[in-house]
Design a protein around this ligand. Sequence first.
Ligand code: SF4
Ligand code: SF4
Length: 471
Amino acid sequence: MGNKEEFRDTIATADDKGKRLWVFPKKPSGRFYEYRKYVSYVLLIILFAAPFVKINGNQFMMFNILERRFNIFGFPFWPQDFHIFVIMMVIGVVFIILFTVAFGRIFCGWFCPQTIFMEMVFRRIEYWIEGDRGKQMRLEKQDWNAEKIRKRSLKWFLFFIISFLIANVFLAYLMGSDRLIQYVTDGPLNHLSTFISLLIFTAVFYFVFAWFREQVCVIACPYGRLQGVLLDNKSIVVAYDHKRGEKKKGRAKFKKNEDRSAAGKGDCIDCFQCVQVCPTGIDIRNGTQLECINCTACIDACDNMMEAVDLPKGLIRYASEENIEKKAKFRITPRLKGYSIVLGILTAVLVGILFIRSDVEARILRLPGQLYERKAENIISNVYTYKLVNKTTADFEDIEFRLLSHRGKIMPVKQSNILVPGQELTEGTLFIEIHTAALEEEKERLKIGIYSGERLIETTSTMFMGPRSFN
Ligand code: SF4
Ligand code: SF4
């Protein structure tokens, strides 16, 4: 058993001195690779288009961390909506956990941008320029002759261009596509610091896709590290059917016209196609491993071999440990039910919050350090600052503050046509005056309506201070 588990002590992409072993995966081909190509085309279009598409004037997706402005599916979120953003993040995490418990690293193989770019963009360019695994290995070993210089420089140049493009799109997510286009039109020298950031992002993407590659999934990605706690023997993962592959006498090379079953040999013909095709350099026949990103390349490779030797496909397939050991069918476990309930509750909370979320956020706060002022005819006055955030793209004009809970007056310092432009914030100062006859306590909560013309756009509350005794 000890020897069998030895592979878990090392990673396939480093030798015993810790030196990187470069992976030259064979070009996959087969049913799943074709499906993954289509999925990747759709995701790449979404990824590149999302910061440039607008809905009601709002960028479809934007994560402007510096200015704390976020757009998700065209809905703008302000710092005041941070709780919504947090709930969305938690929903995302629970959703991924639920999926991982049920279907292993399906996200990594099919949807993760790292895999999509690595396997469906950069790797395919590599195959196109340098050829398949064998040719790439030969090129690596050969001296720097004209062919190697030509192929490598073309590859690195294209890698740089694509990294530069990705960095631009990344910036469009971070600072908004309008501003990015504006900066491009103005020229890089007019926005030098942004241009330097762009080059740094380009360098990072180039480093990741030209050199670091599968190490992101193997050692850097925290989600990959989580697999150990999330997966159980009921999770459906890309798995080798060791029962069928090994049988009594284990795997053995293929011999024509041999009855393998009668000889007690397993269906695995030890062709190593599944190993050669693996982008993380592992042997799936050793069992589920943290390095496996569930890319399905080994399923395709093995199916092709099984077809060639006239054995049933599916020796490597999507299956759970329980399914392979006991031929048990997929079941919804209590753990899955638990995660589903949590996900359902969080989603309901989010929908509820989105439903009651108003277009305008208003905050009226007493000016710090100021008490009240007693004016003539027993009028008490408090001074406030107000902040109005317009979360829509339309302007709100003729803003008026009306006291809803008490009889009294609200007098903004700026008296006429207070305007809150779309997606902007307006601040100012106002006074509230109330007759002592309308006050019962030293401190009272006031309810204030904010109107645009005659339309009530938000209500808010604030505290009003008066004298201890009203006489
Ligand atoms: S073991 Fe198979 S599914 Fe896992 S990473 Fe390697 S090729 Fe992909
Ligand atoms: S591709 Fe299939 S048959 Fe070939 S070594 Fe892998 S598991 Fe065995």
